[in-house]
Design a protein around this ligand. Structure first.
Ligand SMILES: *Cc1c(COP(=O)(O)O)cnc(C)c1O
Length: 469
């Protein structure tokens, strides 16, 4: 399988190189040159497979030529073996034909584990084969950091540095990062805000001389392997609800458009999906595009669903590429005008095409709490605020009651106690068994000033399993 850039000016890469690449050299994102397509008979024959076996069938074409089948199977078995629920992504019924797919049974209790548990193992496999080591430097305001650390903690060939804003992440989220020990794991608390952390990561990618030749790898949501891993659970849900003979709809709590883009790919690979609902919080750039063909940057709002607090949606460019007939030059010029003027619309036919599949809704904090309380009252299910936004959007945007509606349950409610308390459901939140002693565990973290040079010096001092590069 070969991968090409959405802006048309970067070299095509194979899977191995795309795994290590991050952004393409022309500023675009990598997508498969040709998407695999499965027949209905083939998809139907996968019913009842264990999750890792289904994952093998869905993802095999994407890694073809880079990872032999037997090795890939073993990696997938290990990846999903660490999940705490036998079904890996169980469906729970809320109402008649309405389901929540629980994607929070991984080590850090959010759906990002599905991709990052796999990414860590894929990186280690590829690096082992090449005899290389890499350094990961990432910024987090919460979920991604802990999932990335959990995913990389066993990697022999990866040192991971995660920057978080000092005293500005929740205690659960901080402890999920700082209580994981390993000579290759480095938590850095920056005396600054999340943007400061992100700026330092960007600057480190732009000038990597402090790494003395060691390669820097991105684990943010534009990494292709993360998108790829997320395609699988759309197939998994549909197969349990009568697919592919019957079509299914999905409502997806959305920030950077990675998770829902995976659903779009599942459909293009042959899975009958009737409707994809983009559910956003008050940071609603995607809702403004889907409802009014305006893709315009606005200020950032802090919400009760912080993992969806974004101003621009990095993976949206991948959808735009398809909507524009995969014309890289058109995307490059659209993105240029976005950078300069802060916004764009697309031609009416292209927008109408997108609207055949996508609907959207923006849900504010008050409505989020209302929905948590409503669902708890109806079914006793306690939703996290991100998932609640998905449920709200599903109920308002649903096109057909005959088609099963699956809401992606992206996080466990215990990670976001503030929203649950505000909803006033009066149910105590409990950490799952594997994290029950989280508040008693020792923490390891280095506090550094908001200073690029200090951070880079720390990385180069510790980037080789705690020793200097
Ligand atoms: C990351 C995240 C999202 C948003 O996913 P995208 O792929 O960025 O759209 C939603 N909910 C939770 C809990 C998350 O951690």
């Amino acid at each position: 399988m070969r991968y090409i850039s959405t802006r048309g000016q970067a070299p095509a890469l194979n899977f191995e190189d795309v795994l290590l690449a991050g952004l393409a050299t022309d500023g675009g994102l990598y997508v498969p040159e040709n998407l695999p397509r499965f027949t209905q008979e083939e998809i139907a024959s996968w019913a009842g497979l264990p999750y890792h076996e289904l994952a093998f069938r869905v993802m095999r074409p994407f890694v073809a030529g880079s990872i032999p089948d037997a090795d890939f199977k073993k990696i997938l078995e290990e990846t999903y073996g660490v999940f705490s629920h036998n079904a890996i992504a169980p469906l729970r019924q809320l109402n008649g034909n309405e389901w929540v797919m629980e994607l929070f049974h991984g080590p850090t209790l959010a759906f990002k584990d599905f991709a990052l548990q796999l990414l860590g193992r894929l990186l280690d496999y590829v690096l082992q084969k090449r005899g290389e080591r890499v350094v990961i430097v990432g910024a987090t305001s919460g979920d991604t950091g802990s999932a990335a650390i959990e995913g990389c903690k066993h990697c022999e060939n990866v040192d991971i540095f995660i920057l978080h804003p000092h005293n500005r992440v929740s205690e659960v989220q901080r402890r999920q990062m700082t209580t994981i020990f390993g000579e290759n794991i480095h938590n850095i608390a920056i005396e600054g805000n999340f943007d400061d952390c992100q700026e330092m990561v960007k600057a480190s990618f732009a000038d990597q001389s402090f790494l003395k030749g060691t390669r820097l790898v991105a684990v943010n949501s534009i990494n292709w392997a993360r998108i790829m891993a997320q395609i699988v659970y759309y197939f998994h849900a549909a197969l349990q609800l009568g697919g592919p003979a019957r079509s299914v709809s999905f409502s997806v709590p959305t920030g950077n458009f990675g998770d829902i883009f995976a659903g779009y790919l599942a459909r293009n690979m042959g899975l009958p999906i009737n409707q994809l609902i983009v559910a956003t919080n008050r940071n609603d750039i995607l809702h403004r595009f889907m409802s009014g063909n305006q893709y315009v940057k606005e200020t950032l709002h802090a919400t009760l669903s912080p993992s969806m607090d974004i101003m621009v949606s990095s993976n949206f460019e991948r959808l735009l590429f398809d909507l524009h007939g995969r014309n890289g030059a058109a995307i490059a010029s659209l993105m240029d005008s976005f950078r300069q003027g802060g916004g764009f619309s697309v031609e009416a036919e292209r927008w109408t095409e997108a609207r055949k599949l996508f609907d959207s809704l923006a849900v504010d904090d008050a409505q989020t709490c209302e929905t948590i309380a409503e669902v708890f009252g109806q079914s006793g299910e306690l939703l996290d605020p991100h998932t609640a936004i998905g449920v709200r959007a599903a109920r308002e945007c649903r096109r057909s009651l005959d088609i099963p509606m699956v809401i992606l349950g992206t996080a466990h409610p215990v990670k976001f106690p503030e929203a649950v308390e505000k909803a006033g459901v009066g149910k105590a939140l409990e950490l799952p068994a594997h994290l029950s002693d989280l508040f008693e565990r020792n923490e390891r973290c280095t506090v550094l000033p908001n200073d690029l040079k200090a951070v880079q010096a720390f990385v180069s001092q510790h980037g080789n399993r705690g020793k200097p590069l």
